[in-house]
Design a protein around this ligand. Structure first.
Ligand code: SAM
Length: 314
């Protein structure tokens, strides 16, 4: 993997966690999925999956309807008809964690500002139980069409979709949404695997800087679109502090009405290994409130992820 990325791991992963993290780059992972309540009765779907001798489901402690299968069973799961017709959705636990942190409620007005291919949008829609209004934004045309197709397939065709640059949404809809998810475009470091050296082919420190510039614009737009009293969840699948703590710190420095909220994930730490957000970077102290944000470490069940939960004063 690139030298600069290995230095980053040295800087952000404690030595005690390093063997787990290193192993995650060389071994195939467990596959997680959720039963999609928008498409079918989850009890029926579960009964059908459990009747498959080729699948050994491990239920995720603390969250209804989420399961994992061991690495060797991935193909059986992806080729199962329930995955094809949207009765289940294969989704990383770290991605689901962003939705758990958002905690969408039925009847609310919610914005997903960087939505394609729609994994988190459809989970939010399921949690809203068809009550309220969910808007999903994506500016890249091909990805926007994929988002729409996925939402249809997953029974979330009622979601309002917008082909738009997320950076302008805050100006267009100021203080409108109860909750906003910004699952920001990033350098995608979570996708690195030594099993496929092309996985880091497009990565470089320059790409990290470019992503951080876009994220700075998007988080300000997300903040502007949030109602007083509302919650913004900022997430990335990057390990770089420039795309995570430093992006949030930029917003905190400007917005006196912003508070960082503690995140309590519903699962056991041995399934979802986390660290507190960084309090220092490159010899500089960061805003101490960032210690309330979460870094999910890569493991055999999780991908690298960052989540910060912000509340706008009422
Ligand atoms: N939330 C999605 C999911 O769970 O399926 C994944 C989102 S992905 C990390 C980031 C998305 O942001 C990509 O689809 C990318 O095309 C989109 N994006 C890129 N530039 C953007 C912009 N200016 N405004 C909004 N979204 C943008």
């Amino acid at each position: 993997m690139p030298e600069a990325f290995l230095h980053l791991l040295d800087a952000v992963v404690p030595a005690s966690q390093r063997p787990m993290v290193d192993a995650s780059y060389t071994r195939p992972h467990w596959t997680s999925f959720r039963l999609n309540t928008l498409k079918a009765d989850p009890a029926d779907t579960l009964a059908e999956l459990m009747a498959q001798p080729a699948l050994n489901l491990e239920a995720l402690d603390g969250v209804d309807g989420v399961f994992l299968v061991p690495p060797a069973q991935r193909e059986h799961l992806t080729h199962h008809p329930a995955a094809g017709d949207g009765r289940i959705y294969i989704q990383g636990l770290s991605s689901m964690a962003a939705v758990w942190a958002l905690d969408p409620q039925p009847g609310e007005e919610i914005l997903d500002l960087a939505a394609a291919p729609g994994g988190k949008t459809s989970y939010i829609a399921a949690r809203m139980q068809g009550m309220g209004r969910l808007a999903a934004v994506e500016p890249v045309k091909a990805r926007f069409h994929r988002l729409k197709a996925n939402l249809q397939r997953l029974g979330a065709g009622h979601v309002h979709t917008y082909l738009k640059d997320g950076a302008v949404v805050g100006k267009l809809t100021p203080e409108r949404f109860d909750r906003v998810l910004l699952d920001a475009p990033c350098s995608s470091e979570a996708q690195f695997t030594r099993l496929d050296p092309t996985s880091w082919a497009h990565w470089s420190p320059k790409k990290v800087k470019e992503s951080a510039r876009l994220q700075a614009r998007l988080i300000r737009s997300a903040w502007a679109a949030l109602k007083p009293g509302g919650r913004l969840v900022y997430s990335t699948c990057s390990l770089s502090p420039e795309e995570n703590e430093l992006t949030v710190q930029g917003l905190l420095a400007e917005q006196a009405d912003a508070a960082v909220e503690a995140i309590t994930l519903p699962t056991r730490p041995d399934t979802l290994p986390t660290l507190a957000g960084l309090s220092h970077w490159q010899g500089r102290a960061l805003d101490p409130r960032l210690a309330q944000s979460l870094r999910i470490l890569p493991s055999d069940r999780t991908d690298a992820f960052y989540i910060c939960c912000l509340r706008k004063a009422a």
